[in-house]
Design a protein around this ligand. Structure first.
Ligand SMILES: C[S@@+](CC[C@H](N)C(=O)[O-])C[C@H]1O[C@@H](n2cnc3c(N)ncnc32)[C@H](O)[C@@H]1O
Length: 260
């Protein structure tokens, strides 16, 4: 099993936990991620490693890849981030996963009362709570539902990181973008990132990749097709998340606007 096979899930709960890639084990990866998160000032009580190890040995880790990258938020490297931090409106993290990006926003001074994090399941959110031990402090920021629970024009910023890539069906992606559009105020900004392929590559998902790997043109047509304008796309790599320039893979960061 290749390292990227852990991406192989839709947004819905997987039937059973996925396996760690060859050479990676739960005890080792858990230890690495706990050290990484301690660097943010999280203090683990005695025996906590053992408690988590037993829990995740018993239950399995639903998404091993997500455990392996936990504690390495990406929002703060996004080209729009400094402008987002200066915004005065509300932000929705749409498909928030573990909440790494929400915690980064809070660390960087974005007022917590202006943040909402939404996902369609609790799996990664709960993993984040286990590792950061902050369920009590920030659980109120998270909402989980099968259906999009927000009304029109509730947010000035919508952040979407690594979500398009896990949505296999075109119609579901159109719905997702229509929700983002509807939730934004006129003039509001959708920014985020998705897994992509550089120029000249053939856009066909393979067994190891996430279900949707977009070419720049496909990303452009999805966003403009949903009505967004003023689109900026920047091609990046992200080594901590295993996206290097190998095989023409990349991350496309985007920023686009709902017309005022
Ligand atoms: C690869 S994870 C990325 C999580 C997070 N945004 C990050 O950057 O770490 C993709 C997340 O998108 C969520 N997701 C998939 N489809 C979704 C949808 N239609 N609406 C909301 N969230 C969705 C999944 O449940 C998962 O937590």
């Amino acid at each position: 099993m290749n390292i990227q096979s852990a991406y192989n899930y839709s947004g819905m709960p997987a039937p059973k936990p996925l396996r760690f890639p060859p050479g990676k084990t739960l005890p080792e990866e858990l230890s690495i991620v706990m050290k990484r998160i301690e660097a943010y000032g999280v203090v683990y009580p005695d025996g906590y490693y053992q408690t988590l190890l037993e829990k995740y040995t018993r239950e399995g880790v639903r998404y091993p890849h997500i455990l392996m990258i936990l504690g390495q938020p990406r929002i703060n490297n996004h080209f729009y981030y400094s402008r987002a931090l200066k915004g005065t409106g509300r932000l929705l993290d749409y498909g928030c996963g573990t909440g790494d990006n929400v915690r980064q926003l809070i660390r960087d001074g974005f007022p917590r009362e202006r943040i909402t994090a939404f996902d369609i399941n609790w799996a990664s959110i709960n993993l984040g709570f286990d590792l950061y031990r902050d369920r009590e402090e920030i659980h109120d920021l998270f909402t989980v539902s099968d259906t999009f629970p927000f009304g029109p024009a509730e947010f000035d910023l919508v952040y979407s990181a690594s979500v398009f890539q896990v949505i296999a069906e075109d119609e579901e992606l159109r719905n997702y973008l229509a929700n983002a559009w509807s939730a934004l105020t006129p003039g509001g900004i959708l920014f985020g990132s998705t897994f992509g392929l550089g120029e000249g590559a053939i856009s066909s998902p393979n067994e190891w990749g996430p279900p949707r790997v977009m070419l720049r043109e496909q990303l452009t047509s999805s966003l403009t097709g949903a009505g967004f304008t003023c689109l900026d796309i920047v091609q990046r790599y992200h080594v901590p998340h295993y996206v290097t320039d190998r095989d023409n893979k990349c991350v496309f960061e985007f920023c686009t606007k709902k017309p005022a």
